[in-house]
Design a protein around this ligand. Structure first.
Ligand SMILES: [Zn+2]
Length: 287
């Protein structure tokens, strides 16, 4: 975290929730109610930027969809795995870029997924444009617009293989930041306009299987999403308590342009839909 980008991080929030003293400096210049967790940028995991296309679509974030990557659980080289997934999504599936918005390894390291824009030094690699709109990924067919797709590296299909506490903690860090900024209820459900214009309602923080017929993110990870919802809610409540105590220092207003999604799609989305139809079978995650 660069100087001048001081934020209220999860550790500060936990400390405050427990009544522990926190340096006043941590409350200054907070861009949102919960600070951004550390995120490994694409340049650090070695994304070959010549592989991806430059076209992007953005939308207000209203949902988070959790995945597993159906890869090794004891990943020897997570960065190499993220590079391999990137190559597979672009060269194997024909997508514009890596499908996920973020990935998380077993040690709790968060990786920047789909490219949104270039960032200033020290700025969190948020996957958002400068107004806070989220870049559309390709992680849940028909549900990519306005959803943050987060994949935990590994395979959580069998009950004996559960996600690590570090990975789940990082997932909570990431989604607390995204949800607190926008006031999204992690225990709630809300209406969602799909890419085809139809409207459906589902949990704001959900597993891939809650919106599409898939085993993803595996029984063992799906079963732990209630813990993540509780943790995100706790952190948001703690940040609101801080906000009430120091209203001038914490800005919880949603970013400009934050509105409910509409059925209107850009021509790029139409283009993506055409290609999606061709690739419909492949577009579904193979898990
Ligand atoms: Zn999935």
């Amino acid at each position: 975290m660069a100087a001048g980008a001081l934020v209220l991080g999860p550790r500060a929030i936990r400390a405050l929730a427990m009544g522990t003293a926190v340096d006043a400096a941590t409350l200054v210049h907070a861009p949102g109610a919960v600070g951004a967790p550390p995120i490994v940028p694409r340049s650090e995991w070695g994304a070959d930027e010549s592989l991806r296309s430059g076209s992007r679509s953005f939308a207000p974030i209203t949902k988070a969809i959790v995945h597993h990557t159906a890869t090794l659980n004891d990943e020897p080289d997570p960065r190499a795995r993220v590079r391999a997934i990137f190559r597979y999504h672009v060269q194997g599936s024909g997508w514009d870029d890596i499908g996920y918005n973020f990935l998380i390894d077993r040690a709790g390291q968060i990786y920047e997924g789909r490219w949104a824009r270039d960032y200033e030094p020290g700025e969190p690699h948020s996957g958002e444009d400068r107004t806070g709109l989220g870049v559309l990924g390709a992680h849940a067919y028909g549900f990519n617009r306005g959803s943050v797709g987060v994949a935990l590296l590994g395979t959580y299909s069998s009950a004996g293989v559960t996600a690590s506490d570090a990975a789940l903690g990082a997932l909570s860090d990431l989604l607390s930041w995204k949800f607190a900024t926008r006031g999204i209820d992690p225990h709630g459900a809300s209406g969602y306009t799909k890419a085809d214009g139809s409207v459906t309602s589902f949990a704001n923080l959900c597993g891939h299987r809650e919106v599409l017929s898939t085993a993803c993110p595996g029984d063992a990870l799906q079963q732990r999403l209630d813990e993540v919802r509780d943790e995100v809610a706790d952190r948001m409540a703690a940040s609101r308590a801080v906000s009430a105590a120091a209203p001038a220092s914490v800005d919880i207003a949603p970013p400009p342009g934050e509105t409910m999604p509409t059925p209107t799609e850009s021509s790029h989305d139409d283009d993506e839909r055409r290609r999606d139809r061709k690739r419909r079978r492949r577009d579904r995650e193979s898990d």
